[in-house]
Design a protein around this ligand. Structure first.
Ligand code: SAH
Ligand code: SF4
Length: 375
């Protein structure tokens, strides 16, 4: 089924799918709790306050898979804690390493059997993890594997955070001494459609008592949910924001990013300018190059016109082909010509290298391949 952005889906991009989701077994999932919340549990158990830090450290930094691994807590305390909170790590069901580069893709199974994917992109200085925030996606961008089957459900904050915890564990087990130090929320799903769990998750990932990854090393990416961009501007956080632009005129953008019908470019740019003004943070615009769709000379001209007065960065991304979809990436010559036209117009840009094409390393592709394999 090709995802159409129906009225129903526009109304329900995700937020309502999480409200009221009960934690498994009625107990809160430890891996989605903040230090103050863990402190609350510790106080209820009449334990000294420092226990909260120990528990947070087991959960986030040491990736404990069970309460019994928390060896500096007494057996009776572990039993009591297990009565008040649960610990259900994601199950790793597939790991594929790219033959061409330092990219590894992980497919995780959630408690209800749903599958999500997480991609590790190693570098000399950075170990970047690309994390998912929803199972599927309601936005239905025409070129994207994640939106093909629509939105299944939102991920909880515990599930979002646990991707980092579990991959860190894998990295440590593999003997690589460098933990993940950069996060891009660019996996499956639209993070701002799962606003509160996604924000809670990145705050835990950022916190000293959590994963301790600096706010400037965490990037949220959105397809352009205008009201949520305004909301994000009020959060007073230092995370980076990327906006998936992909076209500089409404006709083209609506044809590939259907949310543009609801929030056209004029509104989107106004929201982005507000965000930059309110936070003093520079937005990065993402632009996936699709042959014959948005890589024409006219597109470059439109892009220059749209962005040249803004303090922003532009990131050109070669398209990673998705089986069954009619889009292709332009050849290198054409990509360079497009980039040159943008630079000549005064735009600052970077071109992302293609990584891990052999392991379907673009959002939603591994899950799609897996569901095709089993279906
Ligand atoms: N939903 C959010 C974040 C996840 S998608 C968003 O759209 O921004 C992260 C980025 O990957 C987006 O810029 C998206 O357009 C891009 N993308 C999706 N499918 C792709 C593919 N097959 N090849 C290259 N980039 C892709
Ligand atoms: Fe959803 Fe982003 Fe894919 Fe669009 S590109 S369908 S918003 S995950």
């Amino acid at each position: 089924m090709t995802a159409q952005i129906t009225r129903e889906k526009v109304k329900n991009l995700g937020d309502r799918k999480t409200e009221g989701r009960k934690p498994v077994g009625g107990k809160p999932e430890l891996r989605g709790l903040t230090l103050p919340e863990i402190s609350g549990i510790v106080a209820e158990m009449n334990e000294p306050a420092y226990r909260a830090g120990q528990i947070a450290s087991w959960v986030y930094k040491k990736a404990a898979g069970s309460f019994d691994e928390m060896t500096n807590l007494s057996k009776s305390l572990r039993t009591e804690l297990a009565g008040r909170a649960s610990l259900n790590p994601l199950t790793l069901i597939r790991r594929s390493k790219s033959r061409h580069g330092p990219t590894t893709k992980y497919l995780f199974e959630l408690q209800d059997g749903q599958k999500v994917e997480t991609v590790l992109i190693g570098g000399s200085r950075r170990n970047t993890l690309c994390i998912s925030t929803q199972v599927g996606c309601a936005i239905g961008c025409r070129f994207c594997a994640s939106g093909l089957e629509g939105l299944v459900r939102n991920m909880t904050s515990a599930e979002i955070v646990d991707q980092v915890v579990q991959v860190n564990k894998q990295v440590m087990l593999s003997g690589d001494a460098r933990p993940i130090n950069n996060i891009v929320v660019m996996g499956m799903g639209e993070p701002l459609a799962n606003y509160r769990p996604a924000l809670r998750a990145v705050r835990i990932i950022n916190a000293d008592w959590g994963l301790g990854i600096g706010a400037r090393k965490i990037t949220l990416s959105t397809s352009g949910l205008v009201p949520k961009i305004y909301q994000l501007a009020e959060e007073k956080i230092q995370f980076e924001l990327s906006v998936s632009l992909h076209a500089a005129d409404d006709r083209t953008r609506t044809s590939i990013v259907p949310i543009n019908r609801r929030y056209p470019l004029k509104q989107l740019m106004k929201a982005c300018r507000h965000y930059t003004g309110a936070t003093d943070r520079i937005i990065t615009f993402e632009y996936v190059l699709l042959k014959g769709v948005n890589d024409r000379f006219q597109d470059a001209e439109n892009l220059v016109k749209l962005l040249k007065k803004d303090k922003c960065k532009l990131n050109l991304i070669p398209y990673n082909p998705v089986q069954g979809l009619p889009y292709e990436t332009p050849d290198e010559h054409r990509r360079t010509a497009f980039a040159d036209a943008l630079r000549a117009g005064g735009l600052q840009l970077t071109i992302r290298r293609e990584r891990g094409r052999d392991i379907d390393a673009a959002c939603g592709q591994l899950r799609l391949a897996e569901s095709r394999r089993s279906g």
